[in-house]
Design a protein around this ligand. Structure first.
Ligand code: BG6
Ligand code: MG
Length: 216
């Protein structure tokens, strides 16, 4: 029997991936770099600064900015991103998420958040689901980002379960790789991407039942 759940946030609990994309696309355009949706897939699950580094390298501008300038660019992107989240509310939970969290709570299955986003607590509060999670891993405490398993291992520890007893939920390839490297069962959630290595892939959480998943 599995004993706990570890969730990514962006693209699993809510579709903030589209807002990250808008904010990065606009910042990149100001720098003379054009990014498209295919490139954006490679930014999913990646920290804010690593995303900026990837965009600069994509535009062959990796050596054009000082550390301070890069920090200012990342901050600018985040300011636009946070503005785009202004109207975020319960209506923006992805299909099946609320029902799944309620089912987990009814069975006293602990849940944690393993997201690279520093905005995770604020987003969960706006979505009205903060109380479902026993812990949100602080990405500032990580030595390595996804696909390293560190964030998933920390998330399982935080809800006092062993990684092998946890199920991880992810929409990004880097996240699936991290979940598997942590020794967890991986559920991929994506309608469009083939998430290689996932133990199970669904288009949305409406397809999942807590009771069935616990016995995988
Ligand atoms: C991840 C997203 O969840 O969080 C990435 O998939 C994002 O696209 C990363 O860059 C960091 O988010 P934030 O909110 O700290 O800029
Ligand atoms: Mg994600």
């Amino acid at each position: 029997m599995k004993k706990g759940f570890v969730f990514d946030l962006d693209g699993v609990i809510t579709d903030t991936a589209k807002f990250h994309y808008i904010a990065w696309k606009n910042l990149a355009a100001e720098l003379g770099i054009t990014i498209n949706e295919t490139f954006n897939e490679t930014l999913k699950g990646i920290s804010r600064m690593d995303s900026l580094e990837k965009i600069l390298a994509y535009g062959h501008k990796e050596n054009d900015f000082t550390t301070e300038e890069k920090e200012a660019l990342a901050q600018k992107k985040n300011e636009e991103y946070v503005k785009l989240l202004a109207d975020l509310s319960e209506k923006d939970l992805l299909p099946g998420v609320h029902n799944f969290l309620v089912q987990a709570k009814e069975r006293s299955i602990p849940c944690a958040i393993a997201s690279a986003s520093k905005n995770a607590p604020m987003i969960l509060e706006k979505l009205g689901v903060l109380d479902f999670f026993g812990h949100i891993v602080d990405p500032e405490t990580l030595k390595k980002g996804k696909p390293d398993p560190e964030i998933f291992v920390k998330a399982a520890e935080s809800i006092k379960i062993e990684s092998k007893d946890a199920i991880g939920f992810e929409d990004a390839q880097a996240g699936i790789e991290g979940i598997k490297a942590a020794g967890m069962y991986a559920v991929g959630i994506s309608e469009t991407e083939n998430l290689a290595g996932a133990d199970l892939q669904v288009a949305s959480m409406t397809e999942l039942s807590v009771e069935k998943l616990l016995t995988v």
